[in-house]
Design a protein around this ligand. Sequence first.
Ligand code: MN
Length: 413
Amino acid sequence: MKSFIKYSKDSHFPIENIPFGVAFLNGNKVIVTAIGDNVLDLNMLDSEGLIFKDKKVFQSDTLNEFMGCGKKVWTEARNRIQELLGAENPELRDNKNLRDRCFHLMKDVEMVLPVNIGDYTDFYSSREHASNVGEMFRGKENALMPNWLHIPIAYHGRSSSIIISGKDIRRPKGQTRPDPNAAPVFGASKQMDFELEMGFFIGTGNKLSESINVDEAEGHIFGMVVVNDWSARDMQAWEYQPLGPFLAKNFATSVSPWVVTLDALEPFRTEGPVFEKELLPYLQTKGNPTFDINLEVMMKSEKMEEAVTICKSNYKYLYYNMSQHLAHHTVNGCNTRTGDMLASGTISGPTKDSRGSMLEITWRGTEPIKLPSGEERKFIEDGDTVIMTAYSKGKEYTIGFGEVKAKLLPARF
Ligand code: MN
């Protein structure tokens, strides 16, 4: 495919991508896509009748309405946008007046949360992450709980604190028990961490008491984003038993602004891991049920000019895939709704440099990392910026997610 818009081979947003987002343009929130270094106003193209002849799908300030239209409409809309951006198509290419109004430079555009997110569920689907954390919190013998190889583990998160990339976050305060032989104390978390995750949005959900079949799950998934599930490890260690994480996780979750569709990721389909224990039939997936998506975490302290890479992982390392997440989530009849977000859990890989959290990278602070500035880090310090990115690399082009970025501000008392 070739567009009349020029971009480099490494651009995250070639014509083959066509992600969806929401931008602040001229004081309004409007649905947009990205191509090269540009943001394209889809609300405007839609108003001009250039997307569909018989209906309008981008006249909203969130993606929810479009997401609720279903897979057929998502695919048709994306195909039509690709057609409009095609090098040989004069409709937009030769309409200078419209082009001047609907294209904006990405660097000048403020992106907002693209989806009105209803419920948020966070899985725990990386075997390496679960094993590492389990070993640190409970010892090597009890690292992986006996249920883990049979059932995708998750907890219900909090959607109110999901924020768009670029918004700074505040160090949380709470209870911790630094000395296991003394009473708990109150104060700012001393073990602030990131979690490298990916999330997907439900496009079309399911009715209460009905389930989504694992073979049909992908048809319900609108697209994916990069997720930084901020975590306060000292608060988590004290509060997590017996009901799981609570205040250690729900103070902020950052997401990248561009929702990349499964259609765009299709060429990067790959096989999943070998399942050590045979899964129950409702969790068995066929073919290549996951995607090869490179993941990177970068960090920058206030003393550094440029961010440094501290983790390289891949989405394909996950033990449980998206179809299994959705089939499992609904197997009991739990209904999901348009705009719900299901995140993967921290995506750690098999090697040391693919650990997706500071907890694992520094082994709970016992092996600090050295930054190029000479500073040491056990966890995230005030003023540090954490940046995550994701991309699938093809021969001819890259399908990217852009980045999710946030700076940690000191606790407020
Ligand atoms: Mn998480």
